[in-house]
Design a protein around this ligand. Structure first.
Ligand code: SF4
Length: 438
């Protein structure tokens, strides 16, 4: 998981970059990953060695620190691996950020080693991360465009890339699962994993980098330099359901509005007599608002999400994920007692979160708990970059829905269907990645 932000200043070289734009551009992607953050910067003459730290943007790269960077080009990443990574290349060097997953990583690594190429920052082949592999593939070619062409030829998986070069900031998108969006204001061109970066920086959305497209941002503007006819295009359905921030717009579709539409469709298709509708916050919130609007049942939050907790899917370790899931929500007994509650969540992966919460609600005096889930039962681990690693982690692989309802102690349980997702997102199933639902 990665969030990438790239910026080009239109001002003449040698000037300081505006720290506020750099900081907020990265800061508003923090929900995508929390392990590492890094920055690279430079201009037409020189790229500087990137700085990468473990931790959060607000701690490691506060605005004052970014304020001092001199140059015209900037790239920042928040990620589960160390990036952006530098690579000396025939193109004169690059600093690369990557979002996605290389399914055939091992095979590609072996091919590289056979040709005598090395990965200098690692001592075990298994430690080499996708970003290092991808940057080697791209740097091996004579131009960035050719590097992307080689990547498309070689990898199984998907990608979005933001890369700093002496020509400017390149952005490239694979088959569509990973978003990339372009923005602009008076003195700046920008690209980001999500338009959330643009709102409080007062940038306006220019448009999405299209699947298969390579875009170059330089002082003269935003240029589409190549478009590959990739097939099949598959948009990342889960971005709208859970991953992206609700204020973002992905491929022209507002994340909050899509979530509300799913909630409305859940209410239309699975009505229930209840006293209140509540989300499992935060990711169930906009779905729940839609459900409440459509059903006319009052919206009340039975949990307060503690402001200082992290998103529960991002820790790599299961025990840590469970701990996070349990501690981040604090129930409000006075609202729960004696109520029939419709509880809305974005998805059920392992079931630990909703089991914890339904048990707690019943203990605190809820009369009934009905769950409505904003996507179909998850059956497979994501091959393209999310943290569910094994198919068998998915609860729906291990038992039918009727059994899940009993196991989770729910009075009823209903899932959104693929048809509902098609209607809410506005793409037919052929254009949506549905791999994790089989
Ligand atoms: S498999 Fe699921 S989570 Fe992974 S990219 Fe496709 S829709 Fe997103």
């Amino acid at each position: 998981m990665t969030g990438m932000f790239g910026l080009v200043s239109k001002k003449r070289s040698g000037r300081k970059l505006r720290g506020r734009d750099l900081y907020l551009g990265m800061y508003y992607l923090q929900h995508r990953a929390q392990d590492f953050c890094g920055v690279g910067w430079g201009d037409e003459k020189r790229l500087n060695q990137p700085l990468i730290h473990k931790g959060f943007v607000r701690e490691k790269f506060p605005m004052e620190r970014l304020q001092g960077l001199k140059g015209n080009f900037f790239i920042g990443s928040v990620a589960t691996d160390r990036q952006p990574l530098p690579e000396v290349s025939q193109q004169g060097g690059l600093i690369l950020g990557y979002d996605g997953n290389v399914i055939n990583h091992r095979k590609l690594m072996k091919g590289f080693m056979r040709k005598g190429k090395t990965f200098t920052d690692y001592c075990n082949p298994g430690d080499v991360k996708d970003t290092a592999l991808i940057s080697k593939i791209i740097a091996s070619e004579t131009s960035f465009e050719q590097g992307i062409e080689k990547l498309i030829e070689k990898i199984e998986g998907d990608f979005a890339i933001v890369s700093l070069t002496k020509q400017g900031v390149y952005a490239a998108r694979g088959w569509g699962r990973k978003p990339l969006i372009l923005g602009e204001k008076e003195n700046v061109y920008a690209v980001s994993s999500e338009s959330n970066s643009f709102i409080n920086t007062n940038m306006k959305i220019v448009g999405d980098v299209e699947p298969g497209e390579i875009v170059l941002l330089n002082k003269e503007g935003i240029h589409s330099v190549k478009k590959f006819d990739l097939k099949p295009i598959k948009y990342g359905t889960f971005e709208w359901i859970y991953t992206a921030y609700p204020t973002s717009v992905i491929d022209g579709k507002s994340v909050a509005q899509v979530r509300m539409s799913i909630g409305k469709l859940l209410a239309k298709n699975y009505p229930i007599d209840a006293d209140i509708v509540s989300p499992v916050p935060n990711s169930g919130r906009w779905h729940a608002i839609g459900y409440a609007q459509e059903s006319g049942i009052p919206y009340e939050e039975v949990f307060s999400r503690y402001d200082y907790s992290d998103r529960s899917f991002t820790p790599r370790d299961q025990a840590l994920r469970d701990f996070e899931a349990k501690t981040k929500l604090i129930p409000i007994e006075e609202i729960i007692k004696g109520k029939r509650i419709v509880l809305i969540d974005d998805s059920i992966v392992r079931g630990t979160q909703i089991l914890n919460q339904s048990e707690r609600l019943k203990k605190l005096g809820a009369e009934e708990v009905h769950a409505r889930i904003a996507c179909p039962p998850l059956m497979y681990a994501c091959k393209y970059g999310k943290t569910t690693k094994k198919d068998m982690d998915c609860l729906a692989r291990r038992m039918p829905v009727s059994e899940i309802q009993g196991k989770l102690g729910l009075d009823s349980l209903k899932y959104a269907t693929v048809e509902m997702l098609e209607e809410a997102i506005g793409y037919s199933r052929e254009k949506l990645c549905l791999s994790c639902w089989g």
